[in-house]
Design a protein around this ligand. Structure first.
Ligand code: G3P
Ligand code: CA
Length: 243
């Protein structure tokens, strides 16, 4: 059965990368949640997509130049503020404390493709281990050097390279990284890539799979998982789909 990962939570209907969005993803019946992390000036892992808080909050500033306390003074409900009220950028610790009481899987994307955040991998893996989440976690990044570093620190935690342009025989590349999966942009894949990868034992979790047509097609292929902004709709489709 194709698993459903809620992209930045239920980001199609709720403020991305917030507890509101994650709670909604759980309610929708998603199997897992995808999220993005950065590090603050005072060393906290925080859940936000961009390097700055400008697009998704009422504030302005660069995450790595702000403390957690400062960051959390701003409202992160973004374009959904009229619907759901105020919410703040969550720390990863806050999310993990909540996740502990669920059976959700989690895909953390390290947003270290631009700024490198020295020590980010160690901090993240330390926190995953302290919560005992090793088997519920997938670490992904567009920075594949970072993923190899994660693997060297904790081979028991799955890594999955993200990519957005055509990659030749991605299942071969994944194995070179010791990754158990690939996370390609939906734009880069076709049936052959999905099936060849899965036949080679490499899971495929494309992003961001939002139209009913795309979702149905990947369900029909029995693709390992999809990453979608609309987990509620995807779960409904999966419930009606005979696999
Ligand atoms: O993990 C898949 C996807 O989230 C990667 O792109 O920009 O939405 O973080 P982006
Ligand atoms: Ca992401």
């Amino acid at each position: 059965m194709t698993q459903i990962y809620a992209h930045r939570g239920s980001a199609g209907t709720h403020p991305e990368n917030t507890m509101l969005s994650f709670q909604e993803a759980l309610k929708s019946g998603a199997d897992g949640i995808e999220m993005d992390v950065h590090l603050t000036k005072d060393g906290h892992l925080v859940i936000i997509h961009d390097e700055t808080i400008d697009r998704t909050t009422t504030g302005k500033g660069i995450v790595r130049e702000m403390t957690l306390k400062e960051i959390q003074t701003y409202d992160a409900s973004h374009k959904f503020s009229a619907d759901y009220g105020r919410t703040s950028i969550p720390s990863l610790e806050e999310f993990f404390s909540w996740m502990r009481d669920t059976t959700l899987l989690c895909n953390i994307e390290l947003k270290n493709g631009g700024y490198r955040y020295p020590g980010m991998e160690e901090k993240l893996i330390g926190m995953i281990k302290s919560f005992g989440f090793e088997k519920r976690m997938i670490l992904s990044s567009f920075n594949h050097y970072s993923l190899v570093h994660c693997y060297s620190l904790a081979p028991e935690i799955e890594i999955a390279p993200l990519y957005s342009n055509g990659l030749y025989m991605p299942w071969v590349y994944a194995k070179a990284l010791r990754a158990a999966a690939i996370h390609p942009s939906i734009k880069t894949i076709n049936d052959e890539i999905v099936l060849e990868s899965m036949n080679a034992g490499v899971a495929v979790r494309p992003y961001t799979v939002n139209t009913d047509g795309q979702i149905r097609k990947l369900f029909a292929l029995n693709c390992s998982a999809i990453i979608t902004d609309f987990p509620e709709r995807a779960v409904k489709l999966r419930n009606t789909y005979k696999q």
